[in-house]
Design a protein around this ligand. Structure first.
Ligand code: ATP
Ligand code: MG
Length: 300
């Protein structure tokens, strides 16, 4: 067990895809830091919560060793290191506490474009290049297929052309990298996004209260992020029914006090995207004076 501490420490990626969204999420939670000169450790100013800026590969280990209490890392990286620990007979050390809604990607098998894909049985005896050997090995075992895992730390997508592997297992978001290398995705092993990870054993000192507060703020930010207050008027009940059907992702429509104008004054919290097109549909269904307000902050 790590020694008692009275400050919380969060590891995030120093630079890369998750660096900026992770920082802005924590900033939205009310955290601010004094930038240190070495830029590896940022001392928390508004709250006793410090940041450690590292490579994403190091984040699970920092949590496992108790150096950090929390980390923001891709589920792919967390699961890979968890699977590796399990394969080596080590106990679970970390858990995903919250999915954060950014850094979405999939861990997929991709084969040369000219292949005709008939299913996983086709993999028997083939070589698969990947940076996720433990997840891939687990998956192959579950599928009951005997294929060879070729571990590569980078540039996995050129392995088939170089002849070091027959196919690959790699992260895919838009698919552009695969297409550029004449590969096509055929199977999904994991749906990934950035997660807030913590130790399996929660701290039992000063940090426990900080952790609970931070989680509550994260929930508030995640919930508020795609919530919009929609205010409008309608002539009568019939319109309200029609509008309700166009708002399946919104809370029940609330009625505001009558202002003497003869129209109903209404509002609802909408939890999906409120596009121009949606507003135009609502207007055609009888909503007047539509106004969309963003939510600054909320405690659920
Ligand atoms: P580091 O220097 O910190 O080790 P990295 O090169 O390993 O950085 P990035 O490329 O910045 O990592 O990706 C970080 C995470 O972003 C990935 O682990 C994954 O969860 C997520 N991600 C989202 N889309 C993609 C994608 N198309 N390719 C790779 N990672 C992606
Ligand atoms: Mg990395």
């Amino acid at each position: 067990a790590s020694p008692a501490r009275d400050r919380l420490r969060i590891a995030i990626q120093k630079s890369g895809r998750l660096a900026e969204p992770a920082r802005s999420l924590l900033a939205a939670c009310g955290l601010s830091w004094r930038q240190s000169r070495d830029k590896l450790f940022c001392y928390g100013e508004s709250l006793p919560v410090d940041l450690l800026l590292v490579r994403d590969d190091d984040i699970p280990g920092l949590i496992a060793d108790g150096v950090c209490d929390l980390g923001i890392v891709g589920r792919n990286e967390l699961d890979e290191q968890a699977a590796e620990r399990r394969r080596n007979g080590m106990p679970d050390a970390y858990q995903s506490l919250r999915g954060l809604g950014f850094g979405q990607c999939r861990l997929m098998l991709a084969v040369p474009e000219e292949w005709e894909w008939r299913g996983v049985e086709q993999l028997a005896g083939l070589r698969i290049a990947t940076s996720y050997p433990a997840i891939l090995a687990d998956w192959l075992e579950r599928q009951g297929v005997d294929a060879q895992v070729v571990e590569l730390s980078g540039s996995v997508e050129i392995a088939p052309r170089l002849g070091t592997a027959d196919l690959i297992c790699d992260l895919v978001s838009s698919g552009a990298t695969l297409a550029a290398n004449q590969l096509k995705p055929v199977e999904t092993l994991l749906e990934s996004e950035a997660v807030l990870a913590g130790a399996v054993r929660e701290p039992n000192d000063m940090r426990a209260g900080l952790l609970a507060m931070l989680l509550k703020r994260v929930d508030g930010v995640l919930h508020q992020r795609d919530s919009k207050l929609l205010m409008f008027r309608a002539a009568g009940e019939q319109q309200v029914d029609a509008l309700r059907r166009l708002l399946p992702d919104a809370d029940p429509i609330e009625r505001l006090p009558d202002d003497g104008s003869g129209a109903l004054r209404l509002q609802t919290m909408c939890h999906g995207a409120v596009t121009w097109q949606r507003l135009e549909e609502l207007e055609r269904a009888g909503a007047q004076g539509l106004t969309v307000l963003t939510v600054e902050r909320s405690l659920a």
